[in-house]
Design a protein around this ligand. Sequence first.
Ligand code: SF4
Length: 467
Amino acid sequence: MSFSDMPVDVGPVYEGERIRANQMYVELGGPKMEKHFELVRVKNPKDIKDGQVKLIGPDIKDMKEGSTHPIGIFIEVAGPELEEDLEAVFERRVHEFCNFVNGIMHLNQRYTNWMRISKAAVEKGFNSFQMLGTILIRLYKAELPIIKQAQVTIYTDPKEIEKPYEMAMEIYSKRDERARTIHDEDVDMYYGCVLCQSFAPTHACCITPDRTSLCGSINWFDARAAAKVDPKGPLFEVPPGECLNREAGEFSGINEMIKKRSLGEINKIFLYSGMEYPHTSCGCFEAIDFFIPEVNGYGIVDRNYDDVAINGLPFSAMANQTGGGKQMPGFNGISIQYIISPKFQQYDGGIETVVWMPKAVKDRVAEFLPPDLVPKIATEEEVKDLNKLKDWLKEHDHPVVKTWTELEAEEEEEAEYEAEGAMVPMGTVGMTIPGVGGAGGFKIILKNCKIHAESIIIKKIEPKGRK
Ligand code: SF4
């Protein structure tokens, strides 16, 4: 496979290239655009013109520098061994293959895809989507030899993209619907994926029927099909082994997998907890499940939400905290599908602990949540900041309100022990350090942790110049 006819280099070395706003020529899809997608479909060979690239809408050279446009990447593939279950896994490779192009940054997947093309690439002559389509076709056929024929249609016209966008949304929902038909205890094999290790070297997804990959694009059926056709590829079987903690979703086989795939960095994972040994997060998660200590509950924010979440942080700030292959208790990258899984963070209290999510997410998941809980979950339309959240939850009799009295009682008890000078083991405790970080200080939540220290020294640091 050669790309010598292309004006820019193509190869895995360019994965991870960042294109900042001042370096970009155009932006495609992303949070500013309503309708955009990428979709792969397996077709009958007679319906495919191998190598054909069609563009519907303006080309790169017709776009104004600094502008934003819709993008729909529709790839149709054929081959005697191909089956529909492989579509989602092929689709996830759009991210990787676009990022192979020097001068393209591709983020996310499905209907959240977001691309930037750099000024430097356009100056070198990369000024047509024909080139992008050709590169994708060559990469698909070379990297996935079971694909024998491929054609690509790229949509950039805001009107013309509507129909294929609706078709893509329907297909995503059908895939998600199918994934809801089985559960973790119904199968004896789980799957792993390391496609995102180029961005997050210690991250590996564990995909089970109840825990769709955090990018939301690979469910258990998709992973099974991919591991079957290419067992040595980025998706592989993970025998669960011994169940060490059913409530937490801890399995010996998954622990072994993460230890090996994270090169010893991570030793164990609780599949159903965001607070203890949480699943690692790369950067492709559809949403973040975050702890809100002030109400002892959880918020969920998705990457399409462009305001600050209930905790005062935008998605991007929380994403920096969450991603990179770390285990970050209290900030967990998740798929939207996982929210409606019966196993959703069950070790931390499950869906009943969720107090806030954007309206768009609530609208998507509401029909699958317990009906009496739905009106008790606030959105940005009801509550915008933490000060009002507590009252709102009380008014709506949210289940977390009951835990407040338990916590208050615990805190009172601790205070009593402290007054007597006793050292107590700490469970879930909120500590306020006054005078740090503004008038109210900040709160540190320590869950199930024991700290032993010979002494603690807290020093006030004076601003420079003041003695
Ligand atoms: S988020 Fe997980 S499942 Fe999705 S591509 Fe990355 S590693 Fe694979």
